[in-house]
Design a protein around this ligand. Structure first.
Ligand code: ADP
Length: 528
């Protein structure tokens, strides 16, 4: 079924395989080379029969590439190679693994401009933001390498005087599915802890933004630092994701994306043909931000603007609900409006641009739909709320920073994740009121609290239901700190221990005496 094809004059640097369910004549390489391949076991894989996805640049909507939707046969191949590689990679010692992870970090840093450009062009974010994502990706490999080196087996004394060792061992082959908002970074957030633990991965980028992860897999393959098949990138969308979820060779899944798809992931992992599988789910959010009158208003305005408008609001932890204490509410709204209206929109490579286009036309329509319905429901549009129809911006999927007030807390815009640069700002009268509003959500990913009062900081960081709470800040995320939500925002975190299983070894300290001498006393057994 899988036929390796060799190209002598091909610019492709890898062995190439082409998948043909019925052996067919290969029609030519130029068409094939327009397509970004899956990278499986250190080879490029193309498939001729499956459907393809076009890859766009969202500032112009020009097509910049194509990917195959890998069918289950290709997913099976990837999982098989990942299993082979697991036998090797899982046996490496932590020092060796940590060194390799640091080498991967080096590769990412050395290729920063290429990787950042791919992400910026393909996702739409400004180059400077994509460069920060690349740095963060490299850091994840460095930090997890260090964490691995710090990890020790745990020895526990038993009440009977013996000792049990609790050993952290790799979970196995992991299936990882990532979204389009941070294409390289989300891959790094998942790959770094998995590889550190000794797992191997079959990872699927989002169909909209596959380019940077494919390139990273190529760079790692070129450097020849991992056993082949340790990282396998499969391209495709929902069907490929479903094929990965139903593959019996996967030991654990990690998914970042919508809550809706997260539910499917959890259900499919539970009914995997080879037994129920554990899942890490990093899902949506509708994160509240509580601004008290004693906060520094200037800092709160800038911090909240960053928290909702960075990465065009396509951030699962975006502070999309801001609640402001009555006394400073009007001032906050007018300052946020002025600040938002000064944010420069444009293409990723334009100077001074701070906000790019949304990832797709579809996403632009979706975001605008939320705003239109909110206004129809009685919300006041303070700024933004339109699709640009003139000039350069009209070509791309731009959406301006948008602020809504007078929003009913039960309405769609207050409850559903928009995943765009759209924020609602409402007032509160008391601390209890603020907590009640903050927790009035199915989600619990992140929250931020703006106050100088230390007691209130402590009280609220307990009372607000969020996996990640920031005080006088919004959005900082570090490799050192586990990331993930509570409530409808998912469960589990992409940390080292999540990719490990505890295995215990009990050693009875007196080999000559049975530990349990329960059923028969040998002294009383008569030999005939
Ligand atoms: P978004 O709404 O942000 O696009 P999704 O949750 O739809 O997020 O997608 C996140 C990732 O999940 C992408 O890689 C996408 O291809 C994948 N995906 C979408 N639907 C499914 C599905 N039913 N099963 C498995 N993966 C899926």
């Amino acid at each position: 079924m899988i036929h390796p094809v060799s190209f002598s004059a091909s610019p492709v640097k890898f062995p190439v395989s082409i998948h043909t369910p019925e052996p067919t004549h290969f029609a030519g390489k130029s068409k094939q080379l327009d397509t970004s391949p899956s990278v499986i076991n250190g080879s490029h894989y193309y498939t001729r029969t499956a459907k393809t996805f076009r890859v766009f640049r969202p500032d112009t909507n020009a097509v910049i590439g194509r990917i195959n939707a890998c069918p289950s046969e290709i997913v099976n191949v990837a999982v098989r190679y990942a299993r082979d590689a697991f036998r090797v990679w899982s046996q490496t010692n932590p020092h060796e693994r940590a060194a390799k992870l640091k080498q991967i970090a080096g590769i990412i840093r050395n290729n920063k401009s290429e990787l950042a450009r791919l992400d910026a062009m393909n996702n739409g974010k400004p180059l400077a933001e994509a460069e920060m994502d690349v740095d963060d990706s490299a850091r994840h490999f460095e930090v997890f390498a260090e964490q691995l080196l710090q990890q020790r087996d745990q020895r526990v004394k038993m009440p009977d005087g013996s000792e049990t060792t609790i050993r952290k061992t790799p979970v196995g082959v992991v299936g990882q599915i990532i979204p389009w908002n941070y294409p390289l970074m989300m891959a790094a957030w998942k790959l770094a802890p998995a590889l550190a633990a000794g797992c191997t991965s079959v990872i699927k980028p989002a169909e909209q933004t596959p380019l940077s992860l494919i390139r990273l897999a190529e760079l790692i393959t070129e450097a020849n630092i991992l056993p082949k098949g340790t990282i396998n990138v499969i391209t495709g969308g929902k069907e490929t994701g479903l094929a990965l979820l139903s593959n019996p060779g996967i030991d654990k899944y990690s998914f970042t994306g919508s809550t809706q798809v997260g539910k499917i992931v959890a259900q499919m992992a539970a009914s995997n043909p080879s037994g129920p599988k554990d899942v890490i789910l990093e899902l949506g959010g509708k994160s509240p931000s509580l601004v008290f009158a004693d906060a520094n208003l200037e800092a709160a305005v800038k911090g909240n603007a960053f928290g909702i408008f960075i990465n065009k609001g396509e951030v699962c932890s975006a502070n999309s609900r801001i609640y402001v204490e009555d006394a400073v509410y009007d001032q906050f709204v007018s300052r946020l409006k002025a600040y938002a209206e000064n944010i420069k929109l444009g293409a990723y490579d334009e100077t001074d641009v701070k906000m790019g286009p949304l990832v797709s036309k579809e996403q632009q329509k979706r975001v605008h739909g939320f705003v239109e319905r909110a206004v129809k429901d009685g919300a006041t549009l303070v700024t933004g709320g339109y699709i640009p129809t003139e000039g350069k911006l009209a070509k791309g999927n731009y959406y301006p920073p948008t602020i809504l007030t007078n929003v009913d807390p039960r309405s769609e815009i207050a409850q559903q994740e928009v995943f765009g640069p759209v924020v609602i700002v409402s007032r509160f009268k008391s601390e209890e009121d603020a907590v009640r509003l903050a927790n009035n959500s199915q989600y619990g990913l992140a929250a931020s609290i703006w106050t100088k009062d230390g007691d209130r900081q402590r009280r609220l960081s307990q009372a607000v239901e969020a996996g990640v709470t920031w005080v006088n800040a919004s959005q900082p995320a570090y490799a050192e700190i586990p990331w993930g939500g509570v409530k409808g925002s998912g469960y589990g975190k992409d940390k080292l221990e999540s990719y490990q299983v505890d295995r215990t070894v009990y050693i009875h300290n007196d080999a000559d005496t049975p530990l349990f001498d329960w059923f028969v006393n040998p002294d009383t057994v008569k030999t005939v």
